[in-house]
Design a protein around this ligand. Structure first.
Ligand SMILES: *Cc1c(COP(=O)(O)O)cnc(C)c1O
Length: 423
């Protein structure tokens, strides 16, 4: 039998919803494989590889593979006043509004937004220390993951790394010696160790100890906690946040600038925020790299919504915080309901969620979820007709942590588990 033409085979796949050129690719691939009846499977595989909404049942609140913090942009097809001053009719700055809101939240003079925190650090170094020295403790020459290594970012920025102290102990006098020495130090930088800890015979300086050395102090806190008092949470800060540096307190302690991510503990879209002294923020804004690193209108809009939720002290409107502080009891109620739906094969179990995103290493948040014997992660990830569910396997048991699952997705999770239970 002759195979169908590429065109007619592609047309027969229309119900997959893919645009025609991609269906042609699928048809060609199937015919080339010698079995044109695989065309629909090939087309479905193409659709499945698209960027999609997934259910995060891993219990990792900030999962880098799943886009870190969940946050939605109000994406409309409208024009906005992104760079227009409505009062004067003159060109405005995309940074002004969101910068003011973020500065207000950090109690800083000024703030600006770039593409991510790596970009924020790069810009700060390039704008404030090009060709000059930047003193960093040897204990803070970290790699955050995904290629962010402090010495390499420093090299790219044009600033010169001036290492101070030792791996485990760095004192104020080490920074002072560097600033007073021959290295032409323009900045002192503190980098949050983020994803690891040094324990044992250690000593490190805090921001107030190095604030008076005569050069600006930049603190890359990375994780993006705005305020350690968490005024947006009805019950105040959860205990697992203890010790995490916050933008507001770091500035109050004497940092001239802080840099942090938008999509870690801030709970928003991918972005990098620079907040602190106005003259320094403005110097960053004037550097040519600021243009290359600037955020798009979608991110500016999303961050504005997020900043307004923080200012309204409405942590409930921020999915990351809603999930992070959900009580084990509320999770157990949901787990019981799903288990009742699915039947005997699933058990309600106590689990431990983690913040993730390279923040708070070792921290566990008591959680509740569902478990079933065996590794079912592949069918949960791939079944047709519902969002992929990402679960994890511990000791040959599939675990679904409900802390990171939006309650709206519970029915979908129950359905998926019932389908598994039938097979
Ligand atoms: C995560 C992190 C970064 C990188 O942030 P991105 O927003 O992923 O670019 C930089 N510095 C510190 C301390 C971090 O924790």
């Amino acid at each position: 039998m002759r195979p169908p033409s590429v065109d007619s085979l592609a047309r027969s796949l229309a119900e997959t919803g893919l645009p025609h050129p991609l269906l042609v690719d699928a048809a060609r691939e199937a015919i080339a494989s010698g079995d044109h009846t695989t065309a629909e499977a090939v087309a479905r595989a193409i659709a499945d590889r698209m960027l999609r909404v997934v259910v995060n049942a891993t219990g990792v609140l900030l999962h880098t593979n799943l886009g870190r913090a969940p946050w939605s942009a109000t994406a409309t097809a409208d024009y906005t006043n992104l760079e227009l001053d409505l009062e004067t009719g003159q060109r405005g700055s995309r940074q002004d509004r969101v910068g003011r809101l973020l500065a207000r939240l950090c109690d800083a003079e000024a703030a600006m937004v770039v593409n991510n925190c790596a970009g924020a650090v790069l810009l700060v170094l390039a704008a404030l220390a090009d060709g000059r020295g930047v003193a960093v403790s040897r204990s803070e020459l970290v790699e955050i993951g995904g290629g962010f290594r402090v010495p390499e970012v420093m090299a790219q920025s044009g600033a010169r790394l001036v290492e101070v102290g030792t791996t485990n102990r760095t004192r104020r006098s080490d920074y002072a010696a560097a600033v007073d020495g021959a290295a032409d130090v323009a900045l002192v930088m503190k980098v949050h160790q983020s994803n690891y800890r040094i324990v044992g015979f250690t000593e490190s300086v805090r921001v107030p100890d190095i604030a008076g050395l005569g050069v600006p102090v930049v603190a890359d806190i990375g994780s993006g906690l705005l305020d350690s008092a968490c005024p947006w949470l009805a019950d105040g800060p959860p205990s697992w946040l203890e010790g995490e540096p916050a933008a507001r307190q770091t500035i109050a302690a004497g940092a001239d600038l802080v840099t942090f991510s938008g999509d870690k503990l801030l709970g928003g879209p991918q972005a990098g925020i620079i907040a602190g002294r106005r003259d320094l923020v403005e110097a960053c804004g004037r550097h040519p790299l600021a243009r290359a690193l600037r955020p798009g209108g979608l991110v500016v809009g999303a961050l504005q919504d997020l900043a307004l939720a923080y200012l309204a002290r409405d942590g409930d409107a921020i999915p990351f915080w809603r999930m992070a502080v959900a009580t084990p009891d509320s999770l157990r109620t949901r787990a019981d309901a799903i288990a009742a739906d699915v039947g005997d094969r699933v058990r309600v179990v106590e689990l431990a969620s983690v913040p993730g995103g390279g923040t708070l290493p070792g921290v566990e948040i008591p959680s509740v979820g569902l478990a079933l014997e065996g590794d079912h992660t592949a069918p949960l990830r791939t079944a047709a007709g519902r969002p992929p569910i990402i679960a994890r396997v511990v000791d040959d048991t599939t675990c679904l942590d409900l802390r990171t699952v939006d309650p709206e997705a519970d029915a979908s999770v129950a359905q998926a588990l019932s389908n598994l239970a039938c097979t």
